[in-house]
Write a protein that binds this ligand. Sequence first.
Ligand code: 0GY
Length: 289
Amino acid sequence: MSDRITSWHSSPSKPSYTPPAGAVDAHCHVFGPMAQFPFSAKAKYLPEDAGPDKLFALRDHLGFAKNVIVQASCHGTDNSATLDAIAKSGGKARGVAVVDPAISDEELQALHDGGMRGIRFNFLKRLVDDAPKDKFLEVSRRLPAGWHVVIYFEADILEELLPFMAAIPVPLVIDHMGRPDVSQGPDGPDMKAFRALLDSRDDIYFKPTCPDRLDAGGDPWNDFAAAVAPLVADYPDRCIWGTDWPHPNMQDNIPDDGHLVDMIPRIAPTEELQRKLLIDNPERLYWAD
Ligand code: 0GY
């Protein structure tokens, strides 16, 4: 792998929608800078640097107050870049780590002290070589108090993962709703299966995010809005929202982040829903202590 990828919009528009004061972008990443924080030898894509300065400038431009920075697969299980960004945020960022399941309890506590509040299990074969469920379960049983597990999978393996998810003893957050086919609409088989998962426990959260990845129709992502708004309406205390900046490995159809923010009132049309999605729910998961 040699060419480094720029996966983000060079001049995102100012959104028409203004997020409420205190709004959290609860799904974003940092890449590098590589000279300081080299990418993993196992990385499946090699991005250009997208460090904390760029992330915080975008946060301010879009009208957000805080970030939750999710360790991206290109950094493997070395969380240094994410921890560095959290440290530089002045309390305005928390994070989700990716760990070697053999991590010690002391190392987990050090991640907590650095602002991490969860770990991510990634089941996308195009991003990671293996996802050992038994080891993931073992580490999920010894997380610091108040932590949760973030899971990233695609709709075709939801059913296979049900016993694994049921056994995780802490709250779950599902990235991008487990990537349903939004062209099926709000009552299609993928959304039905996802609702059944949400109904199986009352501590499963989801991210109604990434129209750019889920809606082949493209911006303004009408299928996404139609499929996702009913989910947010029916599970208002279980959703958190994020930009996904810098949109790992996107090479076509790179979204305008301002347009992504303008999706918020289409999936959460009332002020109450917006407050839950952007403030109450992420605050409960990431700033409870
Ligand atoms: C996302 C989505 C993706 C990538 C990663 O860690 C990552 O590299 O999460 C993806 O390629 O779908 O949520 O950032």
